[in-house]
Design a protein around this ligand. Structure first.
Ligand SMILES: Cc1cc2nc3c(=O)[nH]c(=O)nc-3n(C[C@H](O)[C@H](O)[C@H](O)COP(=O)(O)O)c2cc1C
Length: 160
């Protein structure tokens, strides 16, 4: 079963999550929506991944889901987000994905994230600094990629 992992992010964490998932999945291709618009026809499973900024999916991911809604619905599909607060994943998933696509997905989860202010500019950098300040002094709250969650997600997809 061939898997396509389409994603878009800003500072690299979503991309790292997509590549870690691809390693777990085996026969798969990753496609960065900031650089290409893949044809999903040739794949059995399509996974869509986005970062979260102020509760919202990346615009390229939103556009992709709108354009491919029908094709996605008729394929095995899943969603992941890369974000700083994985405990809020359900809210972000429900607010950004249509009920039809979310309810027919095999899995939908947060893979955690990374917050590197040096890779951001302008307002994004300002907000990232504010978020970083709230986690200062508490190592358990610093955003990190959750490799175990990626493995569970991949295992679920492979069994579907
Ligand atoms: C401007 C900005 C806004 C963010 N807003 C949220 C948010 O609302 N909820 C959340 O859980 N994480 C939020 N984050 C954290 C990012 O989702 C997280 O760092 C993610 O891993 C970034 O992925 P990327 O490197 O692919 O862009 C925000 C980060 C930035 C820079």
């Amino acid at each position: 079963m061939r898997t396509l992992i389409v994603y878009a992010g800003t500072a690299g964490a979503t991309e790292r999550c997509a590549h870690l998932l691809a390693e777990q999945m085996g026969d798969s291709k990753t496609a960065d929506l900031n650089k290409e618009t893949p044809d999903i026809d040739n794949y059995d499973i399509v996974v869509v991944g986005s970062n979260i900024h102020m509760g919202k999916f990346h615009k390229k991911v939103k556009d992709f889901m709108n354009t491919c809604q029908e094709e996605l619905k008729n394929k095995k599909h899943g969603f992941f987000i890369s974000n700083a607060f994985p405990e809020q994943a359900e809210t972000f998933l429900m607010q950004n994905i249509t009920q039809e696509l979310l309810s027919t997905s095999i899995c939908a989860a947060s893979f955690g994230g990374e917050l590197d202010v040096t890779k951001l500019k302008g307002m994004d950098k300002f907000i990232a600094k504010m978020v970083s300040n709230t986690t200062k002094g508490d190592e358990s709250k610093v955003p990190k990629i959750l490799e175990d969650s990626i493995k569970v997600f991949a295992d679920t997809l492979k069994q579907a």
